[in-house]
Design a protein around this ligand. Structure first.
Ligand SMILES: C[S@@+](CC[C@H](N)C(=O)[O-])C[C@H]1O[C@@H](n2cnc3c(N)ncnc32)[C@H](O)[C@@H]1O
Length: 224
């Protein structure tokens, strides 16, 4: 049985301080050009010739997404984030770095996942998702059995899922739910594999704040 309620919000506020005029202008001009379709779509049609499609869920200010897009110009990166100030910040990075390989869902990533075909993404990143540490809020965590099943549907066989958190209980929660799904295998062989940032990791803004109750933990899984 699913342990989640799909209608529940997994995020907190969607707007904080006023958005700077330049970023507000990008929300009006650039976002409509790079917003993902709001119905089922084949991501490869968004960037013909893309070698791979990657997804970042909850990209925050977009630093990791932009850095990965810059490193991998032949990869199409689909980012989802409902926090408007984060979307505005990501648009600034995309504009300044002239990234042509990023498309955005300015809303819930679960809608984006639902619109993607099976086996269409080679990588998914979920970096420092909202921890919802209180027990009565655990049902709001992004990682739930049905989201894990959806990630398994969308990832290609051999594709990779990266989860990072600095909340020990959320790490345990995630490991239990992902390893309960036979579609996934955890790649770790030694403690260093989850204690040290992976070689291709880009430090995120939230990670730097060290707001959790443990050092950052990185879990890499393979879609078998
Ligand atoms: C703690 S922040 C971390 C942001 C960024 N990954 C970082 O490490 O700096 C978690 C982010 O996930 C976003 N988020 C939460 N639920 C989401 C969902 N269902 N779809 C997309 N983003 C979501 C929140 O709005 C928030 O910006």
């Amino acid at each position: 049985m699913s342990d989640s309620h799909p209608a529940l919000r997994t995020y907190g506020r969607i707007k904080s301080r006023p958005i700077k005029p330049r970023q507000a202008a990008l929300l009006d001009s650039l976002l409509p050009q790079i917003r993902v379709p709001q119905q089922p779509f084949d991501p490869r049609t968004l960037m013909p010739g893309a070698q791979e499609v990657w997804v970042e869920i909850g990209f925050g200010g977009g630093e990791h997404m932009a850095a990965q897009a810059g490193r991998h110009p032949d990869t199409l990166i689909l980012g989802a984030e409902p926090f408007q100030n984060g979307v505005a910040s990501a648009l600034r990075h995309i504009d300044e770095q002239r990234l042509a390989n990023v498309r955005l869902q300015d809303g819930d990533a679960r809608e984006l996942l639902a619109h993607l075909p099976a086996a269409s993404a080679a990588r998914v990143f979920i970096l420092f998702p909202d921890p919802w540490p209180k027990a009565r809020h655990h049902k709001r965590r992004l990682i739930q059995a049905d989201t894990v099943a959806e990630l398994g549907r969308v990832l290609t066989p051999g594709g990779r899922l990266r989860f990072a958190s600095d909340w020990a209980d959320y790490v345990d929660w995630t490991l239990a739910r992902i390893l309960a799904d036979p579609a996934f295998r955890w790649t770790a062989e030694a403690a260093a594999d989850w204690r040290q940032p992976p070689a291709d990791h880009v430090t995120t803004r939230y990670e730097e704040k060290r707001l959790g109750d443990c050092a950052p933990v990185f879990l890499d899984f393979i879609r078998v």
